[in-house]
Ligand binder design. Structure first.
Ligand code: NAP
Length: 398
């Protein structure tokens, strides 16, 4: 590994989540020599402290301030600095690091991701919400600071690996693959009765709760369409979705001459994380190689926009532009939380998003600022309030 040009100082934001844990596991398994500058988590201080004792970061941060005493107690005598609260998460994001894994879930990841981008570090971007809500501003910030954003979402990592920026004008289509989630073959009447447990049982990927529910509604793929359009500078009509239940082909790039390039691999997030860590080099680690003979067949089908309206809603938000994607994201975060709490049904998730976007349109909400970030924050707060009202109305009707 001596000849590889790898980052030496890293930070992991959202270290206790699915992507965060996979990141640290990859670094462990690849036996890379890194110094960890900061680890940040939401509230799971037990795991954060365990990670901190293993990786010895200069700073360990928990967002939930009520958890700070427990974190301090667990790290007592270790010499590791501890802090809590949203400002402390930003401090972790700004810590001296060449590579920052951005793996906080939701809109809460936007400010830390932007802060990391401002330092000029390579931002390995799992937190798709920051791209959805402020994509162009985030990419501009990273470029101006001399850093870069490298996608970690497996679909965007796949495109990133087969997309030649110099030939961007010769790309005719980006094709994002989607497993179709646990309800791929379900009828709408069945989906109406789906429980959180059924929606959380993803057939191929083990992920956090929010993205797993988004995979079941296919909102995740819709968010990824927006993500891809921003990341690769593609018009909405040139970003398509293709159902591929085996999750082996992670996405495809179609060129004007009829060639279509794809990236393949087992459904394991450590591979796209390794790609973002070592790019343009390749990080050796004891991964399970893809055995296509064992996989046997790869199948593909067109997406069904009727059974999965979230896909259409996301594409419409991308076409509408401005703060529409941020509003869509906020409404979805509220709706997914309400579904997980059993306050609304599965099909209500897309209903809440659609109704919130209509109410946002009617009130021209979120357009009161010329500042992109301020506008995203206003849209996020307004959409959350409106989505909360829609959830309450649905509960009253049930
Ligand atoms: N999981 C995947 O395979 C996958 C694939 C592609 C993209 N992504 C994206 O990656 C991001 C993370 O997904 P995930 O599945 O890893 O989520 P997850 O398992 O729910 O983990 C979320 C992480 O964010 C932390 N967190 C939550 N709120 C926070 C806050 N306000 N401040 C600081 N930290 C906070 C959590 O801390 P606690 O656990 O301590 O509360 C946890 O470490 C999401 O944007 C998701 O869409 C995930």
């Amino acid at each position: 590994m001596g000849s590889l040009n790898l980052p030496r100082k890293v930070s992991v934001l959202g270290s206790t989540g699915s992507v965060g844990v996979s990141t640290l596991d990859l670094l462990e398994k690849a036996r890379v020599e890194v110094e960890v500058s900061a680890l940040a988590a939401g509230r799971n201080v037990e795991l954060l402290a365990e990670q901190a004792l293993r990786w010895r970061p200069a700073l360990a941060v928990v967002q939930d301030e009520s958890k700070l005493p427990e974190l301090r107690e667990r790290l007592h005598g270790s010499g590791i600095a501890t802090a809590a609260g949203s400002a402390a998460v930003l401090e972790a994001a700004a810590a001296d690091a060449q590579w920052v894994m951005s793996a906080i879930v939701g809109f809460a990841g936007l400010a830390p991701t932007l802060t990391a981008a401002k330092t000029g570090a390579i931002v390995a971007l799992a937190n798709k919400e920051s791209l959805i809500c402020a994509g162009p501003a985030l990419l501009r910030t990273a470029k101006l600071a001399g850093g870069a954003v490298i996608p970690v979402d497996s679909e965007h990592s796949a495109i990133f690996q087969v997309f030649a920026p110099a030939n961007a004008g010769q790309v005719s289509r980006l094709i994002l693959t989607a497993s179709g989630g646990p309800f791929r073959t379900w009828r709408r009447e069945q989906m109406a009765r789906a429980t959180p447990e059924q929606a959380l049982a993803h057939p191929n990927w083990s992920m956090g709760a929010k993205i797993t529910i988004d995979s079941a509604t296919m909102m995740n793929k819709g968010l990824e369409v927006i993500e891809a359009a921003y990341l690769f500078g593609m018009e909405p009509e040139r970003v398509d979705v293709l159902i591929h239940p085996q999750s082996i082909v992670h996405s495809l790039v179609e060129y004007a001459d009829g060639s279509t390039l794809a990236q393949l691999g087992p459904p394991d997030m450590r591979t796209p994380i390794a790609c973002a860590f070592a790019w343009p080099d390749r990080l050796p680690w004891p991964c399970e190689p893809l055995n296509l003979a064992k996989v046997g067949s790869l199948t593909f089908e067109a997406p069904d926009f009727e059974r999965f309206p979230a896909l259409r809603l996301a594409k419409e938000a991308l076409v509408a532009g401005g703060v529409a994607p941020a509003s869509l994201n906020a409404a979805d975060e509220v709706a997914v939380a309400a579904f997980l709490d059993r306050r609304i049904g599965f099909l209500d998730i897309a209903r809440v998003v659609a109704e919130t976007l209509e109410r946002m349109d009617r009130s021209h909400a979120g357009t009161q600022s010329d500042d992109v970030l301020e506008a995203a924050h206003i849209a996020d707060a307004t959409a959350r309030r409106l989505a909360g009202e829609v959830v309450s109305a649905l509960m009253a009707r049930a």
